[in-house]
Design a protein around this ligand. Structure first.
Ligand SMILES: NC(=O)c1ccc[n+]([C@@H]2O[C@H](COP(=O)([O-])OP(=O)(O)OC[C@H]3O[C@@H](n4cnc5c(N)ncnc54)[C@H](O)[C@@H]3O)[C@@H](O)[C@H]2O)c1
Length: 368
């Protein structure tokens, strides 16, 4: 009997170890990140012997596709520009086109565009035939340093941002900095907001870089790829946003709520500008509620106003922002959860129950 018990116990341990191993294999994030000539070579290799279609938006089809002669003969799906089109309906149109194009489980979707398109394309790839491979070719600064990496895919639902989505990592992220030549200045500045956010998370050296250098000198080609690599390394240890990945959401509970309030009003706002306002408001919360380093909060707030345009919020918008925060994906049962910037290299993930504090922070921003 004892022998039987021992072998059952050993069997149990072995099964457990095999399960851990399988989970590790399943959840390992492996994404190739390349730029320049290496990216061009990788693209050719990835395309060889694969059935694929290219997803563009109206602008990326016009200004980015010509950079890729290797994609000219490919079937393409063109999605209308803009966040308001990041919907289930648009996603269904894409899925129908993928079906008509006879894509199978070994086929691939090539997403060429900004974060809006990458989010939707990644989502379609994650659900088509229970998941096919995709590669991201980001064409905005924001997408190169942030949205293309990390496998968060999404569409909006009833104006609530990124409510329907999945974690599905791209097979490769290929960065071609020359695509930025046509990017309008305000879109470039919007991308700088996610770069600024990385500066807060990375600690003193990166923080001093974004605080002290003129924005035009924040990065060159080399730093651009470093930022993409930084995000990739950061999320690798926490692919499902349960732990330290939540630091990357700093400023974003407020930013997404601002974007929802704008969408509800049929107005548009650039994601990076909402993030900059979110960082301001959340640093105010951090300093009033959590004794954050007050010099850091003051510097963050003044830097946001120096670099990024102020986001217009009237009293009605303010109410809508507060209401929308409850729908943020981080919170459970209606709690408003924030990743608050406390010091360079330090973020606290906390619930803020008192609406009065949030109102005060938004009002402070409105009148700053
Ligand atoms: N999945 C993630 O981890 C993640 C992270 C950050 C942001 N996002 C999402 O990214 C989206 C914002 O992305 P975005 O700022 O790239 O905006 P976007 O994709 O809407 O692009 C902005 C505009 O620039 C145009 N454009 C794209 N490339 C261009 C080029 N090379 N030249 C000229 N115009 C060009 C687009 O057509 C669009 O009109 C939001 O939906 C946000 O939720 C996702």
């Amino acid at each position: 009997l004892q022998k039987y018990k021992l072998s059952t116990a050993i069997g149990g341990v072995l099964i457990f170890l095999v399960q851990v191993f399988i989970n590790l294999l399943l959840y390992t994030v492996e994404t190739l990140i390349e730029t320049g000539n290496e990216a061009r070579k990788a693209l050719r290799v990835l395309l060889a012997h694969r059935n694929y279609i290219v997803l563009c938006d109206t602008t990326s089809a016009r200004v980015c596709l010509p950079h890729f002669p290797e994609l000219h003969a490919a079937k393409r799906h063109i999605f209308p520009d803009g966040e308001q089109h990041k919907t289930l309906q648009q996603c269904e149109n894409l899925l129908a086109m993928m079906l008509d194009s006879e894509l199978d489980r070994n086929s691939m979707l090539i997403n060429l565009g900004g974060g809006t398109l990458l989010d939707m394309g990644g989502f379609a790839a994650s659900i088509f035939k229970r998941g096919i491979s995709y590669i991201n070719i980001p064409s905005t600064l924001l997408a190169m340093v942030d949205a293309a990496i990390g496998g968060k895919t999404a569409v909006n639902l009833h104006n609530y941002r990124n409510m329907i989505g999945s974690f599905h990592h791209p097979e490769a992220v290929l960065i071609f900095p020359e695509l930025l030549q046509t990017l309008p200045p305000e879109q470039w500045l919007s991308g700088c907001a996610e770069f600024f956010k990385h500066g807060i998370i990375q600690g003193e050296k990166a923080w001093s870089h974004v605080c002290n250098l003129p924005v035009k000198e924040w990065f060159d080609e080399h730093t651009l790829v470093n930022q993409a690599q930084f995000k990739y390394d950061w999320i690798k240890g926490d692919p499902f946003d349960r732990n330290k990945r939540q630091w990357l959401n700093v400023g974003h509970t407020t930013a997404h709520a601002i974007e929802t309030a704008y969408l509800k009003n049929n107005q548009s706002i650039l994601h990076g500008f909402a993030v900059a306002a979110g960082l301001w408001i959340e640093s105010y919360l951090a300093s009033t509620l959590f004794n954050a380093d007050s010099n850091f909060a003051a510097r963050l707030q003044s830097r946001v106003l120096e670099v990024f345009p102020k986001v217009e919020l009237n009293a009605e918008m303010q109410r809508n922002v507060i209401d929308a925060m409850v729908f943020d994906k981080k919170g459970a049962k209606g709690a408003r959860v924030f990743s608050l910037p406390v010091a360079p290299g330090k973020i606290e993930v906390v619930e803020v129950a008192q609406t009065a504090f949030i109102n005060e922070a938004i009002e402070a921003y409105r009148y700053a």
